[in-house]
Write a protein that binds this ligand. Structure first.
Ligand code: NAP
Length: 285
């Protein structure tokens, strides 16, 4: 298949390049060739490259900054995916897109299913939800993978931040009352490959929204603890704090756990346990 991927240099895009590259003809578009803050430019690129499938690994992911840049965040996270979906509808090809646990308000106490009511609490969350809706409105041929707490050995993320703080040798204070499933971008890309293969086989019973995170649940504090353990930082003073002690411009969901059963049922894919994924990430750092 000829696959056009928006976003090569991010966490997910890098993993997709490594995993999809050997399997399919892939074309990756990044800035400056494409600027998704100008969504109309998407049509010409889809037309020019005439792909069999489009994947959108690009997004505005600066969650706190989005609070002061809502127009930019929404252009990239809502209007651009909508334009991609419209271009895909015109070409009668599928679109694979990614969304977030931030579409939920985090007030649940059991894992969110895909059908759970959405109620985003931040500009980023509302924009990503608008992106989901724009995609679904433009084409039925979409697969939207909602993920959470994404990290990788490339890019900017919590793992890299924790390792930097540990190296500085100061006490590290990390929120202990937000629960979620840390997800290695490589494992999300691997799940995406399964989606691509199902689409390549012409299956048309696989469209819609799917939750895709590594298995298992922890807090940011528990995540940090395991990072230090795996990286051999035995002497870091790690302090659990509450969300109230770490105010952020964009509120975070207290409970971000996504039920990934549907991904298993439809694609036969379950992402590995998060500590296993983290160990593989740390090995590649
Ligand atoms: N990171 C998380 O914790 C998290 C959690 C839940 C869901 N997600 C979702 O997972 C997906 C992948 O996230 P990620 O962590 O891999 O993102 P990332 O590392 O921040 O990468 C974002 C990508 O988008 C591109 N991009 C940003 N603005 C652009 C623009 N104006 N025009 C063209 N490209 C632009 C970036 O390219 P440049 O660097 O050149 O700008 C980069 O390739 C996204 O849909 C995200 O919303 C992420």
């Amino acid at each position: 298949m000829r696959i056009l991927v928006f976003g090569r240099v991010g966490q997910l895009g890098t993993a997709l390049a490594e995993l999809l590259g050997p399997l399919h003809e892939t074309i990756f578009l990044d800035q400056p060739e494409i600027d998704l803050s100008k969504p109309d430019s998407v049509f010409a690129h889809v037309h020019e490259h005439a792909p069999d499938l489009v994947i959108n690994a690009a997004a505005y992911t600066a969650v706190d900054k989005a609070e002061t840049e809502p127009n930019l965040a929404d252009a990239i996270n809502a209007r651009a995916p909508g334009a991609m979906a419209a271009a895909c509808a015109g070409a009668k090809i599928p679109l694979v897109h990614y969304s977030t646990d931030y579409v939920f308000d985090g007030s649940a106490s059991t894992p969110y299913r895909e059908s759970a009511p959405v109620s985003p609490r931040s500009v980023y969350g509302r924009g990503k939800l608008a992106g989901e809706q724009a995609v679904a409105q433009a084409t039925d041929q979409h697969v939207i993978l909602r993920t959470a707490w994404l990290y990788s050995h490339v890019g900017h993320n919590f793992v890299k931040t924790m390792l930097r703080l540990a190296a500085e040798g100061k006490p590290v204070r990390v929120v202990g009352d937000q629960m979620g499933s840390p997800t290695y971008a490589w494992d999300l890309a691997q799940a995406s490959v399964a989606v691509v293969e199902a689409l390549a086989q012409g299956r048309d019973d696989i469209y819609g929204i799917f939750h895709a995170t590594n298995a298992g649940v922890t807090s940011w504090h528990g995540f940090a603890e395991r990072i230090f353990d795996l990286a051999g930082y035995d002497d870091v003073e790690l302090v659990a704090i509450s969300t109230d002690e770490y105010p952020t411009p964009a509120p975070r969901p207290a409970y971000s756990v996504l039920c990934c059963d549907r991904l298993q049922e439809v694609f036969g894919v379950t992402l590995p346990e998060w500590p296993d994924a983290l160990a593989r990430c740390i090995e590649r750092l």
